[in-house]
Design a protein around this ligand. Structure first.
Ligand SMILES: NC(=O)C1=CN([C@@H]2O[C@H](COP(=O)(O)OP(=O)(O)OC[C@H]3O[C@@H](n4cnc5c(N)ncnc54)[C@H](O)[C@@H]3O)[C@@H](O)[C@H]2O)C=CC1
Ligand SMILES: O=C(O)[C@@H]1CCC=N1
Length: 292
């Protein structure tokens, strides 16, 4: 893998990609991050020894693949800058968006005519080379560009190629999915503390349980239904717990959550357009800790 790769946006997902590619053996000299926050840039330089620039035009020069990992609201600004950069013609640079909710058509319309674009929905387990990335090629992406993108993403996890119309559903399952599990683990730890365990004890028990259960799911070849049945003894402890989950409507809650997630994804492009045109809309209320 000697292709030069540029990552625009060195936040959580940009860092996950950077860390994953480096740990998968990609030489740091073939990587560049474009990050506008000086504090964030300094962190990335310290932690990874990677070149970080705040100048898109300069940094993407010579890059075969340009990943975009900024928030949806920042995409148009990035595209304006990218649209006036020169990809030398020979490099056949491909723009790969990791951004939720913005269709390839928007990139294709903003970039130079015929620019190849690929849309990806990754997730943060990329940090530990266990990402699930869904890939949708845009209309001008060539097979070799899709293959290169898949190869890069396969070095940091699994890859599934899907039609772009499935991206909102994918986001609702694998893109946002890790957060659902972190919430579940938080709740398990709190329950353990309520039952008298110390918080470190409850954390270790819950985290190792989720890790082991995840490995069983991916490696045993058994379905979640079969694995759950194997834990559940007749009239036993697990049956009592599961009955409470069913009574509380866990399945319904997961379904509603996934639909809410997909809906926000589907409306993102329109929201960005409206907010970008100065007619900002009030979104849902975030807690202070979620505002980053
Ligand atoms: N966090 C996650 O679990 C996932 C995020 N995504 C997508 O990845 C994208 C990034 O998300 P996060 O990493 O969570 O956000 P983040 O806010 O942590 O990172 C975005 C970074 O981009 C930088 N930035 C913004 N405008 C820039 C510009 N013009 N030039 C250079 N740098 C710029 C910001 O300073 C920030 O460091 C989003 O579009 C999101 O939809 C997709 C899948 C999972
Ligand atoms: O919450 C978000 O909007 C991003 C997209 C998928 C995961 N995180």
């Amino acid at each position: 893998m000697t292709e030069r790769v540029a990552i625009i946006g060195g936040g959580k997902i940009g860092e996950a990609l950077l860390a994953g590619l480096i740990s998968a053996g990609k030489p740091v000299k073939d990587l560049v991050v474009i990050e506008r926050s000086p504090e964030r840039s300094a962190e990335l330089v310290d932690d990874y020894g990677v070149r970080v620039s705040d100048d898109i035009t300069d940094a993407v020069e010579g890059a075969r693949v340009v990943f975009i990992a900024v928030k949806p609201d920042a995409v148009d600004t990035v595209l304006q800058k990218l649209s006036v950069t020169d990809d030398d013609g020979e490099l056949e640079r491909v723009t790969v968006s990791l951004v939720a909710g913005i269709p390839t058509s928007r990139y294709e319309a903003a970039l130079q005519a015929g620019s190849p674009v690929i849309r990806v929905m990754p997730n943060t387990p990329m940090l530990v080379n266990e990402a699930m990335s869904a890939v949708s090629p845009g209309r001008y992406a060539e097979d070799d560009q899709v293959a290169l993108t898949v190869r890069l993403l396969e070095s940091v996890g699994k890859v599934m190629v899907v039609p772009e119309k499935q991206m909102d559903a994918v986001t609702a399952i694998s893109g946002s999915g890790p957060a659902y599990f972190f919430l579940m683990v938080e709740a398990m730890i709190d329950a353990g503390v309520a039952l008298g365990l110390t918080r470190p004890q409850a954390s270790e028990l819950a985290v190792q349980t989720v890790k082991g259960a995840g490995l069983l799911l991916s490696e045993s070849g058994l379905s979640p239904v079969e694995l759950r049945a194997a834990v559940t003894s007749p009239a036993g402890t697990t049956a009592a717990a599961l009955r409470e989950f069913e009574r509380a409507g866990l399945r319904h809650a997961v379904n509603e959550a996934a639909f809410a997630c997909a809906e926000v994804s589907a409306k993102t492009a329109r929201r960005v357009e409206v907010e970008g045109s100065g007619q900002g809309v009030q979104r849902g209320v975030e807690t202070a800790s979620e505002q980053q």
